[in-house]
Design a protein around this ligand. Sequence first.
Ligand SMILES: [Zn+2]
Length: 72
Amino acid sequence: MPRCPVCDAAVDLTASPTGPFCSDRCRLVDLGRWLDESYSVPDVRRAGDDESAGESAGGDGGAARPDPDLEE
Ligand SMILES: [Zn+2]
């Protein structure tokens, strides 16, 4: 017997109209996770790009360079 991918309960496909899920609620939970992932993946990538770029440019540059112009 297949198992519900959300709550891992055994699902009787012949008796369940909700597909591989044990209930409509689990179907919605899985759909919600899916949408959440497709929304957050590009978001996380953008945020990560921004953060790493800003960190290496601002924080690293400031700490590595002790203002050579001022010393001369
Ligand atoms: Zn379930």
